[in-house]
Design a binder for this molecule. Structure first.
Ligand SMILES: [Ca+2]
Ligand SMILES: [Ca+2]
Length: 254
């Protein structure tokens, strides 16, 4: 049997081995190495980052709700956009979480202490987006983000809203990703969508925005071919923000 087995949440040692106690992954799946979450429901917002869903198994692809945009610009100009792809269903987000995994820029090692999980709440109207944005973003640079109505709490019924994370809450926020820190969308304990690649020091997202291509939906394993790539800054030296690179914020064409 050439595969990787990860014991399921809620399962512990048993005298008789049962395959049903284990999630089955492809051979040499290393993303769960060094961490285990005995209860995948234990990670809540504001909790310590000790029960992070880096241990969550890969699930089926997210087609109802998925990540529609990732944006990393200058400084704290960072956001993640979630899209409700259903045509007639207001989705309750309480079964969804966003997870940012901090990866060391030099060694490529996973750093759980600086990673974070955000429990989503409230409802998201069909064909609308929820934008999670770093509280330190520049309103003069991210002019489109600035115009999106702000949800005061994530309990607000959301049509085209942004949720602003605290600017002084590092690392307890999603929008503190660098160029090599993947972001996952987790539903009911399994990863249904991903931006980025785990455990590499190679930068894939620095000063870039990724906009999900029309016709593409969620995928638990990131494929850069599914995304349009936008350079948010001119190349160094003298790198400056590219005006309008956030123009896709808050809207999505599925
Ligand atoms: Ca990093
Ligand atoms: Ca968008």
């Amino acid at each position: 049997m050439d595969m990787t087995l990860v014991r399921k949440p809620g399962k512990s040692s048993a005298a008789t081995w049962s395959l049903s106690d284990w999630y089955q992954h492809g051979p040499d799946t290393l993303s769960f190495l060094g961490a285990h979450d005995p209860d995948s429901n234990s990670a809540e917002p504001g909790s310590s980052a000790t029960a992070l869903p880096v241990t969550y198994p890969l699930g089926s692809a997210g087609s109802q709700v998925y990540i529609s945009e990732y944006f990393q610009g200058d400084g704290s100009d960072k956001y993640i956009e979630i899209f409700n792809n259903t045509t007639d269903t207001r989705v309750n987000l309480s079964s969804y979480r966003l997870v940012r995994i901090d990866i060391d820029n030099t060694t490529g090692a996973t750093n759980l202490a600086n990673s974070w999980c955000l429990q989503l709440t409230g409802e998201l109207e069909y064909y609308h987006t929820l934008v999670i944005v770093n509280g330190g973003f520049s309103a003069s640079r991210l002019t489109t983000v600035d115009t999106i109505p702000t949800a005061t709490t994530m309990d607000a019924y959301s049509t085209y809203r942004k949720f602003v994370e605290s600017a002084s809450f590092y690392p307890r926020a999603i929008c503190y990703f660098g160029g090599n820190d993947p972001v996952y969308l987790v539903k009911d304990g399994t990863v249904i969508d991903a931006v980025g690649t785990p455990a590499t020091s190679v930068s894939w997202g620095d000063k870039r925005a990724f906009v999900r291509k029309s016709g593409k939906t969620g995928s638990p394993v990131w494929d850069i071919a599914d995304w349009d790539i936008i350079d948010t800054m001119t190349p160094a030296p003298g790198s400056v923000y590219n005006d309008g690179s956030d123009e896709n914020a808050g809207g999505h064409i599925p």
